[in-house]
Write a protein that binds this ligand. Structure first.
Ligand SMILES: [Zn+2]
Length: 254
């Protein structure tokens, strides 16, 4: 199991941040392109080399402004451009996964939403293949019940489009009103060679996710005990992501 935080800081801080992670036995980090793809090519190449040297696996969290089921064609086009721009920089970083929330149900049925998102994903997969990019598209399980991406939808997308995925345990818990059926989830995941995960504490309401909160030590112990049975990367998305990732690493070493 490899553990790391979300965020490596700006182009200037990235090197010292990665060194800090390495010193604390963390082997992963997720670059946050959530508001924009903020790294230029040269910086991405440089940071990718540093991460490799320090044996830190990089992944990317893509834009929050993605909706592959938007009713306006232009919004789908822009969403795909954001995904592909992040993938391009991800290649320079040698990032393994581009994590993103694929879209909203909006006024559509769950079935229609699935079909629309699947078709856009297939088109994106075709582009990645043509460009010979190695980064994997990883739609994430989402935390709000009106947002596409429960566990079964996500795994169906994996099956139908051969994409990768990101399991956010906090989101699954929020979607399920605070109940994390770990055994049931792990059962559905155990056949995969590698699993990219997110974890943090979570505040939730009737509609699901409200906000991320610090990790709960008892829950973290239970989760990591189960995840040890799988080959996985776990990104900590708690507000104090560096310190909570270090706590998670220490728990996993016990
Ligand atoms: Zn997440």
């Amino acid at each position: 199991m490899i553990i790391g935080p979300s965020g490596i800081g700006g182009a200037k801080e990235a090197e010292s941040n990665l060194e800090f992670l390495n010193k604390n036995n963390l082997g992963a980090a997720e670059v946050a392109f959530t508001h924009n793809t903020y790294l230029k090519k040269d910086d991405a190449i440089r940071i990718g080399k540093i991460a490799k040297k320090l044996d830190i696996k990089l992944s990317i969290h893509g834009s929050y402004y993605i909706n592959l089921n938007a009713s306006e064609e232009i919004k789908i086009k822009k969403s795909k451009e954001r995904i592909l721009d992040a993938c391009q920089i991800g290649e320079y970083l040698h990032a393994t996964h581009l994590v993103f929330h694929p879209g909203y149900y909006g006024k559509d049925s769950k079935e229609d939403t699935y079909e629309n998102i699947k078709n856009e994903m297939l088109d994106l997969q075709k582009t990645l293949k043509e460009k010979k990019w190695k980064i994997k598209l990883a739609p994430e399980t989402t935390g709000k019940i009106n947002v596409f991406g429960d566990l079964d939808e996500t795994l169906k997308l994996v099956k139908d489009t051969k994409c990768s995925f990101c399991i956010d345990f906090a989101h699954l818990k929020a979607r399920n009103q605070g109940i994390l059926n770990l055994k049931e989830i792990i059962e559905k995941l155990k056949s995969f060679k590698h699993i990219h995960c997110h974890y943090s504490g979570i505040n939730y309401g009737p509609k699901g996710e409200r906000n991320h909160i610090p990790i709960d030590i008892k829950e973290t112990k239970e989760l990591l005990k189960e995840l040890k049975k799988l080959n996985c990367t776990v990104i900590c998305e708690a507000p104090d992501t560096y310190n909570d990732a270090i706590k998670m690493q220490k728990i996993s070493e016990k």
